[in-house]
Every structure is written in structure tokens, then in C-alpha cells.
Design a protein around this ligand. Structure first.
Ligand code: SF4
Length: 219
């Protein structure tokens, strides 16, 4: 069986020193994190590794607090995100924001991003090659931020970060470990919840579980 995208990325990063640097356990200061993320964002802005930059209006790198212990990862920007250059600001994003607020958490206090940094035309699904070439940017983002928990929103980010073919319905709500070393809690993409409101209770339960995990871990 061939290597998965995540395994290939891990092998390359290891060769290129990043994991050794990461393993020193030296905490980056907020300023260092911000600067590293700014440089990474600049690289994404100049990126031409796939064709999506040609049709996208804006780069959609991230939103929120890079010092947060909690990171949300979706799959790709949609139309509103492409217009504003921010992830999760359309209807699905507003749903995520409102569920966070139900539990007293402001959206600005968490970090939100996607696997793909440019919008696929007509909101089509990311293709395998796009995920393969763009996902190393996500891996670098996470290595800089070092979150306590990553909540994967939907099938794409869940399958990628857990290196699995299992679907979101069977994985959601259970804490897992990514091969990258991060705690991962998969849940539905809020767009899926909008399409099927019966998923709302499970989505709320998962977000609550993620926030409780952070609260306990942050003690
Ligand atoms: S989607 Fe990712 S890989 Fe493709 S051009 Fe944008 S930043 Fe580069």
C-alpha cells in the first residue's frame, strides 16, 4: 500500500528539520508565533502549486487567535470566505459562531482555518492533488500554534489529520490522536448541519465536549 498524503508530509518535514525543531519543546512566544504565521501566510499568498489561486479572489489563511489552545479546521473556503478573505464567515460559519457563543466562547478567541487556502470554483470538493499540495501549509500552521485540541469539521480535515478512510459519521464525537501528535475531536462540518438539522444536537454536543476538554487541559 502506498504512503498516505499525511505520511509523505511527515517524512518530508522530518527531512527538512521541522519535526526536530518541533520536538525541542521550546514554547514559541506569541510574537514569534505571529511572525512565523505571517511569513507562512505570505508564502501561501505567492503559492501557485495548484490552479485554485487563478480563480480565487482572496487567500483565506485563518481567522482568530493564534495563541488559542483550540483550533478548528475545515476543508476549503466558500464564496463568502473567498470574498472576505476569512474562513467560516458564510452561513456555516455563522452557525459555528452561534454554537460557540451558546457556550460563552467568542469566535475571536479560537483559531479557525481550512486545509485549502484558496476556494475551489463553484464550491466543488477539494481534489486529491489539491489536498496533497496545500495540506503541508496546514501542518506548518499547526506546528507553529501547537494547539491542545484540533476540532476537525467534516470528512476532509478529519480523514487528513487522522490519516484514515473512515467517515465522519462513525468518528464524530470521539477524541483521537493524530499521527502529528495532536488531540483531535472530529465533528460534522456546519454546512452539513445546515443541510440536515437532525445533526444539530450531535454538533452541539461535540463543540461542548471540545470546550470542556480545553477547560480541563488548561488548568
Ligand atoms: S490552494 Fe493551496 S496549494 Fe493551491 S494555490 Fe492556494 S495556497 Fe497554493
Amino acid at each position: 500500500m502506498g504512503l498516505s498524503t499525511l505520511e509523505k508530509i511527515l517524512a518530508v518535514l522530518k527531512e527538512e528539520f521541522y519535526l526536530e525543531e518541533n520536538s525541542t519543546e521550546v514554547e514559541k512566544t506569541p510574537d514569534e508565533k505571529g511572525e512565523k504565521l505571517r511569513l507562512l501566510e505570505e508564502r501561501c499568498r505567492k503559492c501557485e502549486k495548484c490552479n485554485l489561486y487563478k480563480t480565487a479572489r482572496n487567500l483565506v489563511f485563518s481567522d482568530g487567535d493564534h495563541n488559542s489552545k483550540l483550533v478548528f479546521v475545515g476543508e476549503a473556503p466558500g464564496e463568502e470566505e473567498d470574498l472576505q478573505g476569512k474562513p467560516f464567515v458564510g452561513r456555516a460559519g455563522r452557525l459555528l459562531t452561534s454554537v460557540l457563543e451558546e457556550y460563552g466562547v467568542k469566535r475571536e478567541s479560537v483559531y479557525i482555518c481550512n486545509i485549502l487556502k484558496h476556494r475551489p470554483p463553484e464550491n466543488r470538493n477539494p481534489d486529491v492533488e489539491e489536498v496533497a499540495v496545500c495540506s503541508p501549509y496546514l501542518v506548518e500552521q499547526l506546528m507553529i500554534i501547537k494547539p491542545l485540541l484540533v476540532v476537525t469539521l467534516g470528512n476532509y480535515s478529519t480523514k487528513f489529520l487522522l490519516n484514515t478512510r473512515e467517515g465522519i459519521s462513525s468518528l464524530r464525537g470521539a477524541l483521537k490522536k493524530s499521527p502529528l501528535g495532536y488531540n483531535v475531536l472530529p465533528t460534522y462540518h456546519p454546512a452539513a448541519v445546515l443541510r440536515n438539522i437532525n445533526l444539530m444536537d450531535e454538533f452541539r454536543t461535540d463543540i461542548k465536549k471540545a470546550l470542556e476538554f480545553i477547560e480541563k487541559g488548561a488548568d
